[in-house]
Design a protein around this ligand. Structure first.
Ligand code: SF4
Length: 181
């Protein structure tokens, strides 16, 4: 059973020393989508919710335009719940140490589909060994729930319209899954 008080005060890894707060994630228990990113950034560390900065604005605009799904219809979280200093990539040990929290959320939430964002989340959740360029848009199953990986919206903010177009195509795959379920 997920103990939210314990998660909110977790000190299992070194990220507890530099974070402002644990960004647990939120959403309905039976969402259209479970959206899983890498780790909180500065805005999220300050605000306490995942994807509330520029990346989140882009992400939820694309989800609305391609899937007709709003943020309220998503359960949104990250594989690592505390912000790494300078937004560095979480270490293998940090991801492993935080994993039981994500596993408890995966056991609690029953989405129609799962969307992972970026290499770190896609490897941690779906077990991909190849880089995002080789696995995005591929349909996988996790506990009987279909899932798709795409680029992190922060990569789209850096990479421009070509990355956004790839994300739109990956979300179209997700739309087909939702339409068929
Ligand atoms: S990143 Fe995860 S394991 Fe580490 S302190 Fe935060 S909640 Fe705990």
């Amino acid at each position: 059973m997920l103990d939210l008080n314990e998660l909110a005060t977790c000190t299992r890894c070194q990220l507890s020393l530099t974070r402002q707060r644990v960004v647990i994630g939120s959403g309905p228990n039976t969402p259209q989508l479970m959206v899983i990113g890498e780790a909180p950034g500065r805005s999220e560390d300050e605000g306490g919710e995942p994807f509330i900065g520029r990346s989140g604005q882009l992400l939820f605009r694309l989800l609305l335009e391609e899937l007709g799904v709003t943020r309220r219809e998503c359960f949104v979280t990250n594989v690592v719940k505390c912000r790494p200093p300078q937004n560095r990539t979480p270490t293998f040990l940090e991801i492993k140490t935080c994993r039981p929290w994500l596993d408890e959320q995966l056991a609690l939430v029953t989405p129609r589909a799962i969307l992972t964002l970026g290499n770190t989340a896609s490897r941690a959740v779906f077990g991909f060994a190849s880089p995002m360029g080789a696995v995005h848009g591929r349909v996988v199953q996790l506990g009987g729930v279909p899932g798709v990986a795409t680029y992190h919206p922060a990569a789209a903010l850096r990479g421009g319209s070509s990355v956004v177009q790839v994300m739109r195509r990956d979300l179209a795959v997700l739309r087909q899954l939702l339409d068929a379920s």
